[in-house]
Design a binder for this molecule. Structure first.
Ligand code: NAI
Length: 289
C-alpha cells in the first residue's frame, strides 16, 4: 500500500514510521527541507535506539528506512492509496493543500487529516470528492500511542470509513470511531484536565509540581497536566483549547487560561523551547531546581 504523508513535523514523521513499520511504502512530504532532514535524522536515532534495546535488528531498521522516501513536492504523492495530512493547525492552509492534492491523486485515493480540533466537514468541503475525506487522528508520539481516532465527516462515504478503519487496525492501532465534533473524544475529555489544573494554579491552591505529583501518585497518570502541556507544546495545546471553546459556542467548561496564553506568547512552549512550566536540558530532561 502506498501512503503519502503531508508535513514531516512531530506527527507526520511519527505516522510515517508507523506506516513504514507496517510494510507500507511511504512518501513523506514537507515544504521545508530542514523539516525533512530533521525527520530523517530523528528516525535514524529512534531505530538505532530500538536496536540497542533489542526490539528490532539491523535488517528491520533498513527495511523501515527503505520504506520511506522524503519529497519536497506534493506532486510526488500522486500514486498514493491514502494520504494523511499533518501540517499546521490552520483551516485555510489545510484547505489549500487539500484542493491542490486532489488534482494529483487518483479518484480512489483517501484523503485524511490528522487535525486535533478542526471540523472534518469543513476540510472535506475543499474537495471535489468530499466523500473521500476523513479524520485519522493519531496521538503523540504516534509510534507509541496505541489509540487512533477515526472521524467520518457527514460527507464521508461508508466505504472510506471501512477502508480507513481496516488500514489503521492493520497498523496495529486501536481504532475509536468518533463523530465529527470539536475535540472528538480524547481532546474533549482532556480539556477540563488541563483547564482545571491551570485554574488550581491560578487560584494559588498549589504549584505546578504539586499538582502534577498529586495526579501521578494518586490518579495513576504517567504525566501530570503541566508535564503533559510542556510535552505537547503550550502553543499547540492552547490553540486546541481555544478552538474547542469557540466551537462549543463559548461553553465555560472549555474556557482557556490566561496563564497558558501568556506562556505561549512568551515562547515558553515546553520541551521544544527548553522552557515551559519546567526548565529542560537539551535532551528534553526536566532540570530539577
Ligand atoms: P509540527 O509543527 O511539528 O509540523 C508541521 C509540519 O508541517 C512542519 O514540518 C511544516 O514545515 C509543515 N508544513 C506547514 N505548512 C505546510 C504546507 N503548506 N505544506 C507542507 N508542509 C507544511 O506540527 P505537529 O505537531 O506535527 O502537528 C501537525 C498536525 O497534527 C496539526 O493539525 C495538529 O493539530 C495535529 N496533531 C498534533 C499533535 C501533537 O501533539 N503535536 C497530536 C495530534 C494531532
Amino acid at each position: 500500500m502506498k501512503i503519502g504523508i503531508i508535513g514531516s513535523g512531530t506527527m507526520g514523521s511519527g505516522i510515517a514510521q508507523v506506516a513504514a513499520t507496517a510494510g507500507c511504502k511511504v512518501k513523506l512530504y514537507d515544504t521545508n527541507q530542514f523539516a525533512l532532514d530533521k525527520a530523517k535524522a530523528a528516525l535514524e536515532k529512534i531505530l538505532s535506539r530500538l536496536i540497542e534495546k533489542d526490539r528490532i535488528d539491523a535488517d528491520e531498521k533498513s527495511r523501515i528506512q527503505n520504506n520511506i522516501s522524503y519529497v519536497n513536492d506534493l506532486k510526488y504523492l500522486s500514486d498514493s492509496d491514502l494520504t494523511i495530512e499533518a501540517i499546521v493547525e490552520n483551516l485555510d492552509i489545510k484547505k489549500k493543500v487539500f484542493s491542490e492534492l486532489e488534482t494529483y491523486v487518483s479518484e480512489k485515493c483517501i484523503i485524511a487529516s490528522n487535525t486535533s480540533s478542526l471540523s472534518i466537514a469543513s476540510i472535506a468541503a475543499s474537495l471535489k470528492k468530499p466523500e473521500r475525506c476523513i479524520g485519522i487522528h493519531f496521538f503523540n508520539p504516534a509510534p507509541l500511542m496505541r489509540l487512533v481516532e477515526v472521524i467520518p465527516a457527514i460527507q464521508t462515504s461508508k466505504e472510506v470509513l471501512e477502508k480507513s478503519t481496516r488500514i489503521i487496525s492493520d497498523w496495529k492501532k486501536v481504532v475509536a470511531v468518533a463523530k465529527d465534533t470539536p475535540g472528538f473524544i480524547v481532546n474533549r475529555v482532556a480539556r477540563p484536565f488541563y483547564g482545571e489544573a491551570l485554574r488550581i494554579y491560578e487560584e494559588g491552591i498549589a504549584d505546578f509540581a504539586t499538582i502534577d505529583e498529586s495526579l501521578k501518585t494518586l490518579g495513576g497518570f504517567r504525566m501530570g497536566p503541566f508535564e503533559l502541556m510542556d510535552f505537547i507544546g503550550n502553543d499547540v495545546n492552547y490553540t486546541v483549547t481555544e478552538t474547542v471553546f469557540t466551537a462549543f459556542y463559548f461553553d465555560p467548561r472549555y474556557k482557556p487560561a490566561f496563564t497558558q496564553k501568556r506562556f505561549a506568547e512568551a515562547g515558553y512552549l515546553g520541551r521544544k523551547s527548553g522552557k515551559g512550566y519546567y526548565d529542560y536540558d537539551k535532551n528534553g530532561g526536566i532540570i530539577i531546581p
